[in-house]
Design a protein around this ligand. Sequence first.
Ligand code: HPA
Length: 282
Amino acid sequence: MDERTLHIRKAADYIRSIIGDRTPEVGIILGSGLGKLGDSIENPTVIPYRDIPDFPVSTAIGHKGNFIIGTISGHTVIAMQGRFHFYEGYPMDKVTIAVRTMKCLGAEYLFVSNAAGTCNPDFHTGDLMVIRDHINMMNNPLIGPNFNDFGPRFLDMTCAYDADMRQLAFDCASDMGLTLREGVYLAGTGPTYETPSEVRFYRLIGADALGMSTVPEVIVARHCGMKVFGVSVITNECNFDSGSSEFNDGDDVVKKADKAAATLSGLFQNIISRLPQNGSRG
Ligand code: HPA
């Protein structure tokens, strides 16, 4: 077996040895400042990444570094409280290791969240944006020998973000009296924020939200056949103007995301409650 696959299976075996026969249907990645969303998980078992053999640990601000396994509205979920970023220096197979681990444990859905800046002048700080599509300005995590145990060499990315799940999100939001945006997420490597010229360029090529994560995990989730649903929490409005006095600040991004965590948590809970039991969609 591929050595990379061995690492993934070892991590999954370790988690299984703790959670027993509970099979997570839904994997959730909680982005910067959104870790609190883990509090809505019932009967939680917390597994720190540092306890898992050969697993990376997250070093980014606002990222705790735990898996939380439990239930939301009767569905077994596995949530990542903190993710691994390319800018932390991890190779792409480590950035995405948790997605393949969650798939090995049985997850058929991936819910991703992130904190992002917006370059769409109609979007504002505090908005929640359902990700319709993405633009990848990072490395591609599938470069290198293909993980044949998980998926194909050449992966179609036409419908990366599941259309039914997006519709379900808008139905839930309408019941909750919540306004959602929808748009395109662009991922750069970071850790620098964008220059005003980059912001203008990214807007020109169709981006609405700018961030430093999510795309690698989504590509890997699609590679192994998971259905993906993603939301960006808009934490700042990007600077189009070099004279701006509104500079970007990582701590402020985490604070803004923290404020949105309860709303996002409610939305995720509502969507998960309406998923068919046992992962098969009716
Ligand atoms: N740019 C990139 N990543 C981000 C931003 C941003 O403006 N805000 C939060 N994450």
